[in-house]
Design a protein. Structure first.
Length: 306
């Protein structure tokens, strides 16, 4: 991983009257990261992103992008940043190409026809470049929004909840595009989301915030592997399973028993071994359902009612 910091946030806070939307937040994003910015709705994610884009001013703290103070170098820095904040909006009666052409002109930078078509190809919309945007699905509009953010070939791409409202296919399209931008185009991506699973699939590092405060930060795999998996085994014979488990080393890993359901805390490589043990001892296993305890932790620390 590169040691070059693309985003450096120190002790950042934002207060709206009596609401402290962001509270003493610090984080670092390195060159080449897909950085997951996780938290429930209302956690302070969008407020933080607006400060990163200089749309609102921090109450306290500092922001550096590309090693330079955002406060002192705003115009220069934002030339290298592309972003989608909430839902992208377009002229529905115009084509995808025409929308990007207009948005390119509004940016104040000369965007060539070849660049527009290159971006449409990148986001998988080149075959629909003449189609009116009002005929596009929500997922296609999201991809066009990312295309808009890419027009000026930014080094850093900031995406605020890019999969909100999408069906599973639309979510996969955005996920594949993020992976492509990172691996093939060497972009640094700051990805805001409230969905742990989505971030886990694409990000290499992440932070979880709640009520404007950082709760945990680190490499995604380290955070996942640091916790046991909570694995549910649904079986056909509860009493026989109890007896078999009680006379084995698996008993120490048993967490909960419900009707024909046994929940264990296991390492990933122990799941198949336990399943084999049960089957070899005459237990029919109807289902094996792993749940990362990191997900439980995420839900616990982001419980808005807490």
């Amino acid at each position: 991983m590169s040691t070059d910091k693309i985003i450096e946030v120190n002790s950042l806070s934002k207060v709206f009257k009596e609401l402290k939307a962001v509270n003493n937040l610090s984080l670092n994003v390195y060159k080449g990261d897909v950085f997951g910015f996780l938290g429930p709705n209302g956690a302070g994610k969008s407020t933080t992103i607006r400060m990163l884009l200089s749309l609102i001013k921090p109450t306290e703290g500092s922001i550096k992008l590309f090693g330079k103070s955002l406060k002192e170098n705003r115009i220069e820095i934002l030339k290298s940043v592309g972003a989608i904040v909430e839902k992208p909006d377009f002229y529905g009666y115009l084509s995808a190409y025409k929308n990007l052409e207009i948005l390119g002109k509004l940016s104040g930078k000369e965007i060539s026809k070849n660049r527009i078509m290159e971006v449409l190809e990148l986001v998988g919309l080149s075959k629909r470049y003449k189609s009116k945007v009002k005929t596009f699905s929500h997922g296609m509009k999201q991809r066009l929004g990312i295309g808009q953010a890419l027009l000026h070939d930014p080094e850093l791409i900031i995406l605020d909840e890019p999969t909100t409202g999408l069906d599973p296919q639309g979510m996969k399209e955005i996920r594949d595009l993020i992976i492509h931008l990172s691996k093939d185009k060497n972009k640094t991506i700051f990805l805001s989301s409230h969905i742990l699973y989505e971030v886990e699939l694409v990000a290499n590092r992440m932070i979880i915030i709640n009520k404007g405060t950082a709760k945990v930060e680190g490499k995604v795999q380290d955070l996942i592997n640091a916790k046991k998996l909570k694995v549910t085994f649904e079986v056909d014979d509860e009493e026989k399973t109890k007896e078999i488990i009680a006379h084995s080393t698996w008993g120490s890993k048993l967490d909960t028993i419900a009707k024909n359901v046994f929940i264990f805390l296991l390492d990933n490589n122990e799941i198949s071994s336990l399943n084999k043990y049960l089957v070899e001892n005459g237990i029919a296993v109807n289902a094996v359902i792993p749940t990362r305890s990191l997900e439980d932790y995420f839900l616990k620390i982001t419980d808005e009612a807490a």
